[in-house]
Structures are given as structure tokens and as C-alpha cells.
Design a protein around this ligand. Structure first.
Ligand code: CS2
Length: 456
């Protein structure tokens, strides 16, 4: 079977979508850190829609921690298949990704960021990639940040690469640009901007002042359930598209992208034309999504795994668990949200539960369970803080947190940057980790309520 390459596009079955522009004319307008499954599921199809009108929103990806994406996609010219899975699945080949650079290609990375055509540097590096403390500031003691402060050799962190890239861009006289965080953390753009400013300030030159004046860091909310690629998807793409795709991507059909309308002057992609919501109130959308969808997701993951479930849709067929999660959303999380104007929160919750129940999506609970120490602060602990401040019960909120403590104590399949401090450790010890729980470690009501919480 032929490999998915530019030459294979012309022979794809009519039902399979493909780039509707000449990829040879594609210019690079975006450098993206973390071209993993979510970026390829969520943002790249948007740029491809824009490229059909004006092919100047090509993307150069940068993988900091692995060569696997580069090795899979560069031989395909960046092409990959996106499957939208529901009762009537559809498949399209996405062409906006031009190539993927790896961390060892530092000169090419800096050149891409400094290029005049580049207007956006974006990121999907997951929460842990920001090297932040529990209160959202740059962790100056993080090993990668300690390395990047010294400034010898290639940076090791996203923040370090952004500072180095912006310095190169300034030196090239290319002017400012927009840094677009597309990760699941509240105030993602503001936090990334502060982290970049903090690291730039350690240089002892006036780069931080230049960044303050020339670079914008809008916040965003991103949403599309994107299960990891598996062999079943690869086989399905062979059947439907008749090509071997080294790394196809699967996603639900639902998609939402809310972006703060705060871009650097100059050319910018017309995101609104593709259904992206541009607004000055991203925070309301962010908190609703992080706390309702992601808070429910993490609750389903830890409570579902200990009830023997493997995927989200299966956990949703467990009436006791699904009922608990719906009550958690409606009675413990929603009342503490200031929803954006016009958002029907009850309908939003119902839509999330329906999305979770999609039988066409096999979303592994163990995938969602990863990086709990980085996810729970935004997904559940901020709601706990609001509940405690309001004198509200945290009985239900304590249950998924307690389930996470049991998950890490059991140690099965725990993937977490803090694993050494978590795996096999007793709950009371983990509850004392300030880098996860912040000031909640001193809240006896919180600690004892979590320790008393039993499996569902
Ligand atoms: C999930 C998210 O893996 C996880 O932690 O909760 O990736 C979730 O699928 C997305 O945020 C949905 O937009």
C-alpha cells in the first residue's frame, strides 16, 4: 500500500478530504511547539481552511522532547489523516503542517521564529511544559529553567525557546508577533507572557522591555476530545483512504476554540471566518471548560479506573458513576462559575455528558489520568478553593481527589512529572505537596475530608 505523500493526494477516494490549495505555494506563518495529536486535531485543520483562500498559514512544528513526530510526518511532507468520529465518520488529509523540527535543530528553530513571514508562535506542550509553580509563576528552580537561565547550549523549556527565539527575531529586525498558548490552563496566555518576561529579565539586557512592547500573549480556550492514535485507526485509514499513514489522528466532531482578541499588529489569520470565537472574555470560557469538562474528565478517569472501566464511554454507562459526575458538575462546580454572557451552563453540561458518551470514541481513562499533579490544580482544586471560601461542602469534590491519591499510591500506569514524589506514597504525604495543593496543605478541613473520602 502506498505511503501518504504529496504524490498520493490525487489518488485519494473522493470521500476523503484533502488540501484545496497548491502546497508548493504554502508559506510558513506559524511556528508551533508541541505538534502532537491535539494540535493536529484542533488547530491545523483551521489553518488548512484558511490556506484554501490564501496559502500563507503553513506551520513548522517543533518537538522538544522526541523525534517521533518528525520521523513519522516529515517523510509524508507533514501530511496526515484526520478522522472525525461519530455516527457518520469522515476523513480528511490535512496539509498545513510543512515540517517538524526536533530540539537538536536549534538554528532552524530560531530561523523559523525570526522569519518575517512568521506571525504566530503557538504551543500545545501540556500543563507540565510551562514549568510553573502552583500559583502560576515561572518555577525558577525547575531544572530546565535553571539550565535556560544560564543560557549555554540549546534551551530545554518552551519558555527558554521563546526567549531565545524572540531575541533572534529582534536581532533580525523582524518586529513583534503573537505568542498563542493553546494548552489547558486558566489564563494560559497571561501566564506564558509572565513566564517569558521573568526569564528574559534574567538576561540583563533590554529584551524583556522589547517583548513587553512588541509581543502579545492572548489567552485561549481549546476543546476537542482527541484520543491517542491506535492501530485500529491506522487500519481504518488504510481501508478508507487506501494509504499508509504513519500517524493519523482521531477526534470527536465537536470542536471549539475561543481566542482573546489581542494580536500583534500586522498580518493575522482570519480565525473568526473559520468559527473561532474572538472575544475579550476568554476567562469565562476557560474556567467553564476546565472545571466542568476537564474536572469531570479527571473524576471519571480516577473513579472509573478503580471501578474497572477502560474508556470514557464505558464509564458513562456506569449509572452510579455517571450520576455522581453529573451531580458534581451541576451542584458543586457550576454554582461557583461566572459563566460567559450567553452560555447556557445547564445545556453546556448536558452537551459535555453526551460527548463523553459517544460510542465512536475510545478515549482511554489512563490517558486522561496522566499528569494529575499538573491537571488537578486547574480542574478540581481551584473549585475546592472557591467552595471553601464560600463555606460550601467539598464532600463530592474530595472523592475524585481521593481516587487520584489511591491511583498514585497503587502506582499502576502512573505517568506524571512528579511521579517520584507520588508513586507508592501514602495519601497524607501526597496531600502535603505544596507544588500540587498550594495552601490547601494547611487546610485541615480539606485534608481530612479527602482522607475520609471512600471509593464510589
Ligand atoms: C483530557 C483532555 O487527557 C485529558 O486530560 O481531559 O485532553 C480533554 O480531552 C480535552 O481538554 C478536551 O478538549
Amino acid at each position: 500500500m502506498t505511503r501518504l505523500t504529496e504524490a498520493a493526494l490525487g489518488s485519494l477516494p473522493a470521500a476523503v478530504g484533502r488540501p484545496r490549495y497548491d502546497r508548493a505555494a504554502l508559506r510558513t506563518g506559524i511556528v508551533h511547539f508541541g505538534p502532537g495529536a491535539f494540535h493536529r486535531a484542533h488547530q491545523l485543520p483551521v489553518y488548512d481552511a484558511l490556506n484554501a483562500a490564501e496559502p500563507r498559514w503553513g506551520v513548522v512544528g517543533v518537538s522538544l522532547n522526541s523525534r517521533s513526530v518528525a520521523e513519522a510526518l516529515n517523510p509524508q511532507g507533514g501530511l496526515y489523516t484526520l478522522a472525525l468520529l461519530d455516527a457518520a465518520p469522515s476523513f480528511e488529509v490535512v496539509g498545513a503542517l510543512r515540517r517538524v523540527l526536533a530540539a537538536g535543530e536549534g538554528a532552524a528553530i530560531l530561523e523559523a521564529i525570526a522569519a518575517a513571514d512568521t506571525r504566530i508562535v503557538s504551543s500545545t506542550v501540556t500543563e507540565k511544559g510551562y514549568c510553573l509553580t502552583a500559583d502560576g509563576s515561572l518555577d525558577m528552580g525547575h531544572p530546565a529553567i535553571v539550565h535556560d537561565r544560564v543560557g549555554e547550549g540549546a534551551p530545554q523549556s518552551l519558555v527558554g525557546w521563546l526567549v531565545a527565539g524572540l531575541a533572534a527575531r529582534r536581532a533580525a529586525g523582524a518586529g513583534g508577533l503573537t505568542v498563542l498558548s493553546c494548552d489547558n490552563l486558566a489564563d494560559n496566555g497571561a501566564k506564558l507572557g509572565r513566564a517569558v518576561a521573568a526569564l528574559a529579565a534574567t538576561r540583563g539586557d533590554d529584551l524583556a522591555a522589547w517583548i513587553e512592547g512588541e509581543v502579545r500573549f492572548p489567552s485561549t480556550m481549546v476543546d476537542a476530545i482527541t484520543p491517542a492514535t491506535d492501530d485500529a485507526l491506522r487500519e481504518r485509514v488504510r481501508e478508507v483512504a487506501g494509504v499508509d499513514d504513519a500517524w493519523p489522528i482521531q477526534r470527536e466532531r465537536f470542536w471549539q476554540w475561543v481566542v482573546e482578541d489581542d494580536f500583534a499588529p500586522g498580518a493575522r489569520p482570519d480565525l473568526a471566518a473559520t468559527g473561532v470565537t474572538l472575544t475579550h472574555d476568554v476567562r469565562g470560557y476557560e474556567l467553564a471548560k476546565l472545571r466542568l469538562l476537564n474536572g469531570a474528565h479527571s473524576s471519571l478517569a480516577y473513579l472509573g479506573i478503580e471501578r474497572g472501566h477502560g474508556v470514557v464511554a464505558e464509564a458513562m454507562r456506569d449509572a452510579a458513576l455517571a450520576g455522581f459526575v453529573e451531580r458534581l458538575m451541576r451542584e458543586d462546580i457550576a454554582p461557583l462559575l461566572t459563566a460567559p454572557v450567553g452560555l447556557d451552563v445547564s445545556g453546556y453540561i448536558a452537551a459535555i455528558l453526551e460527548r463523553f458518551s459517544n460510542p465512536a470514541i475510545r478515549h482511554q481513562l489512563i490517558q486522561i489520568a496522566a499528569d494529575g499533579s499538573q491537571k488537578l490544580p486547574y480542574r478540581l482544586l481551584d473549585t475546592v478553593r472557591a467552595a471553601r471560601a464560600g463555606g460550601r461542602s467539598i464532600e463530592r469534590l474530595a472523592m475524585p481527589i481521593a481516587a487520584w491519591l489511591r491511583f498514585v499510591e497503587r502506582g499502576e500506569g502512573v505517568a506524571d512529572p512528579l511521579a517520584a514524589k507520588l508513586v507508592g506514597r501514602p495519601a497524607r504525604e501526597v496531600l502535603g505537596l505544596r507544588e500540587v495543593f498550594g495552601e490547601l496543605v494547611d487546610d485541615a478541613v480539606f485534608v481530612e475530608t479527602v482522607l475520609a473520602a471512600k471509593p464510589l
